[in-house]
Design a protein around this ligand. Sequence first.
Ligand code: CMC
Length: 436
Amino acid sequence: MDATTNTGAKAAKLSLGEKSWDLPIHEGTIGPDVVDISKLYGQTGLFTYDPGFTSTASCESKITYIDGDEGVLLYRGYPIEQLAENGDFLETCYLLLYGELPTAAQKAEFDLSVTRHTMVHEQMTRFFQGFRRDAHPMAIMVASVGALSAFYHDSTDISDPTQRLIASIRMIAKMPTLAAMAYKYSIGQPFVYPKNELDYTANFLNMCFAVPCEDYKVNPILAKAMDKIFILHADHEQNASTSTVRLAGSSGANPFACIAAGIACLWGPAHGGANEAALKMLTEIGHVDRIPEYIKRSKDKNDPFRLMGFGHRVYKNYDPRAKIMQQTCHEVLGELGIKDDPLLDVAVELERIALSDDYFIEKKLYPNIDFYSGITLKAMGFPTTMFTVLFALARTVGWIGQWKEMIEDPGQRIGRPRQLYTGAAQRDYIAMSKRK
Ligand code: CMC
């Protein structure tokens, strides 16, 4: 890497034999500089190679910043701890979408427009009937969010800023309704319509847990905890599902289809599916006495087992969201009067052992957000299959914000990675009768 070009701009020098090229270096507000290789192929005939994108910035963004070494997460510059402590989820949505915290009037207007879009087209209820009752709710979410594009044609023209905005509000507003419907369908209870007098999160809990035959009162402490959980999950820079949404959107696909693609990606156990997998693992371990056996397995290269809820591609320190989640977990268990949860005992001891174990210290494997979220959500009454659905609900605003940022970038082009081809070179077709 080198210093400057003739014009004084920062650049990296790439040398290959006799030839050399200056590659511009761009500086962000914070975080590592990037070497701009966008003209590399045209100038040198070479591609770069980075499977898993461990060293590649795929876009420029102003939304979320992570310092993985320090364990810092900022939404539009604001630390996640401050937002979770002081604000509510819709305020975070506004911040992510518009870039600034809302004034009281802006917040009231935003809340109202989200509230007014919470109902889904009545025909959607019949769409749900086509699924088996035991379908995984994430399968239903992929399908039903994708299907929104079949119901809301008037907000699928991505070149129209008003339609883009309506689609964004619709998606934030309708995700809780669809998520609650997926849950209700799986347990054979009637769908509960949104109630506009409740706030976003209380409304969601009401749609999940109310039944028509008796009154249900949302517990405000649980609603506050759920709201915090939504804030923690709202965005996380260019992770796998967000990159999926951006890639899908780069072709000009409508936003509902793009978010459905994001949900599909989130489902995997290495990403959003880890909260479900972490709880299953804690249940399987079952007792603190069995922890050493599982720690041993997680280090064994011949065993595919990994400690779910540990490790992160970016955080090489404690995931800042995990700390808040741990605190929220204690608040929820305290409110529900759960004093002795064997899963919590296993989790606390597992965390203690892993944090003092050389393998985990050396590889910088710390608990991530999914470690405590499963215990918390289970205590609130959600089945494990719903955990990733709740993640998807909250992440929708991040996906939408990132999608909008991309569409509104005048330099936006279709995403089209290249490859290192290692298959057969060109060869001639052989008639079947002559094949050996
Ligand atoms: N348990 C045991 N060993 C681990 C774990 C783990 N959970 N995670 C990583 N390692 C080891 C891995 O075997 C590798 O060892 P070596 O260098 O000897 O080959 C080393 O640590 C680096 O791991 P990696 O797989 O190269 O790291 P990655 O950045 O590709 O993967 C990860 C990150 C999150 C997929 C991975 O840590 C993992 O599978 N964790 C468990 C699943 C999980 O909790 N995922 C939720 C992530 S947070 C929520 C979200 O953002 O979606």
